[in-house]
Design a protein around this ligand. Structure first.
Ligand SMILES: NC(=O)c1ccc[n+]([C@@H]2O[C@H](COP(=O)([O-])OP(=O)(O)OC[C@H]3O[C@@H](n4cnc5c(N)ncnc54)[C@H](O)[C@@H]3O)[C@@H](O)[C@H]2O)c1
Length: 434
């Protein structure tokens, strides 16, 4: 058959018999024959050797340092600042080691020219006050963010500046119902946080259980936003994480306080029993732009009242103390905790302690010198004092608040005045920027 095809062209195609040499000289045959045989019969070996060489090459070559997402570092400079300033860097958060602000190498070697993908993160309660600021920072970092919110106290306006971004999704969903999503991390914030709201909608236990179930199913890391309320009316001051608290189990605030305590228990049970990677933050009073107006929390109450020229309502004698943390400090702490290697619980709060009367004075200085104060009988189970001991967060997360009340309050006031007196569009985009 072969010879037929070769000679179909007739005699002109046939090489001249004197120049035709069908075989190579014998001295080359000893070399070419085995090579030819190997090429023909041992192709698989060559393929395997090729793969091995390529693997060694990729492993030994220094990996590229891809930009995270769209050219942003994993943590913005604002996040890095504290570590550069802090004297002790022995406890660098894992996100610096894992994602490497100086030596970026997350998720193994990334071949040259390939961009590393951001994380897929779900933020329950992401349309709320704290959640929306957290979403801003995660988006800024280059991650893909899914907000799950039923808008009980949250607002679409808080996240609408991300609409249209392909890395952002918003799902209207109540976390008391199960949900399946493929994600790497879960920040679980969904829960009404103010007394006005949580008395009507206690979602802590079932919502947390569902989100822990999701974390277990998809192997995601889970962060619970617990609260300083787990310390109740504390008998120890300031509060350290090892303090077990003094909580009334049957009072009007119990659905929140005990709900969060149960949420912590469930979180630790899933960690110990099902190997879920968990993190627990105990958040102390936080304030800032996008807080619900008139939700009964003291800072938002005072600011809204002073702006409206109404008297500021002080419950009891006004000598009870609280600490006030600006929201950007909290978001920084939450992200460090999530990326770090420690489960917690960690107190995240500003240790600066103010009485209610002192707070009212700062609000007067910031908004209206002539703002009046009105005293009313105290509410049931109102804690007498609250102040976080943040030694653990300082040592293990390299975190401490940066924004004082006098610096943070004006930022909140400008957001509130826009929302109270109009220009809602501008207010919705209000950020934590100093
Ligand atoms: N802000 C603080 O001072 C403070 C203090 C301690 C703890 N925390 C905790 O931080 C988290 C966020 O608090 P925040 O101040 O942003 O409150 P927020 O009320 O502004 O936000 C809570 C968000 O959760 C959503 N939500 C409530 N129930 C839900 C449900 N069943 N399903 C889906 N979404 C639901 C709300 O619509 C809202 O968007 C809460 O878990 C709160 O307990 C906050």
């Amino acid at each position: 058959m072969g010879s037929e095809l070769t000679f179909r062209g007739g005699h002109e195609a046939q090489p001249a018999s004197d120049s035709y040499s069908p075989k190579l000289p014998k001295r080359w045959a000893s070399v070419t024959r085995p090579i030819g045989y190997l090429l023909r019969e041992q192709r698989l070996i060559f393929v395997l050797v090729g793969i091995a060489i390529a693997t060694v090459g990729f492993t030994l070559l220094p990996s590229s340092r891809p930009s995270y997402g769209h050219g942003h570092n994993l943590i913005s400079n604002e996040y890095v600042r504290y570590d550069f300033e802090s004297s002790s860097s022995t406890h660098k958060p894992v996100h610096e080691r894992r994602f490497g602000l100086t030596n970026y190498n997350s998720g193994g070697k990334v071949p040259l020219g390939l961009k590393r993908k951001g994380l897929r993160i779900v933020v329950t309660g992401g349309a709320g006050f704290v959640g929306s600021h957290l979403v801003d920072r995660l988006m800024q970092r280059g991650d893909s963010v899914i907000v799950v919110d039923n808008f009980f106290t949250g607002r679409k306006e808080n996240v609408q500046h991300h609409f249209g971004n392909p890395r952002f999704e918003l799902i209207r969903h109540d976390v008391v119902e199960p949900l399946l999503l493929e994600v790497d991390q879960i920040y679980h914030l969904a829960c009404p946080a103010s007394p006005v709201h949580y008395k009507f909608n206690p979602t802590n236990v079932v919502g947390t259980l569902n989100m822990l179930g999701l974390a277990k199913r998809v192997g995601a890391r889970f962060l619970l936003t617990s609260t300083s309320e787990v310390y109740g009316d504390p008998l120890q001051h300031p509060q350290v994480e090892t303090y077990w608290g003094n909580v009334n189990p049957i009072g009007v605030r119990s659905c929140y306080d005990e709900g969060k305590r149960t949420a912590e228990t469930l979180t630790m049970d899933y960690h110990r029993g099902a190997g879920v990677e968990v993190r627990i933050a105990r958040i102390f009073n936080t304030y800032g732009p996008r807080m619900c107006i008139d939700d009964g929390r003291v800072v938002s109450n005072f600011v809204a009242q002073a702006l409206r020229k109404e008297p500021m309502t002080v419950y009891g004698d006004g000598k009870q103390t609280r600490s006030f943390q600006y929201v950007s400090d909290l978001v920084d702490g939450l992200m460090r905790l999530m990326e770090g290697e420690h489960v917690g619980p960690f107190n995240l709060g500003n240790p600066g302690e103010f009485t209610m009367l002192e707070l009212a004075k700062v609000v007067q200085e910031t908004i209206d010198k002539d703002a009046k104060i009105e005293f009313r009988p105290n509410t049931e189970d109102d804690p007498h004092k609250r102040k976080p001991d943040i030694t653990k967060a300082k040592d293990l997360l390299g975190w401490q608040p940066q924004v004082s009340l006098r610096k943070g309050l004006p930022l909140m006031v400008s957001d509130f005045s826009k929302r109270i007196f109009g220009d809602h569009k501008e207010a919705a985009g209000a950020t934590t920027t100093m």
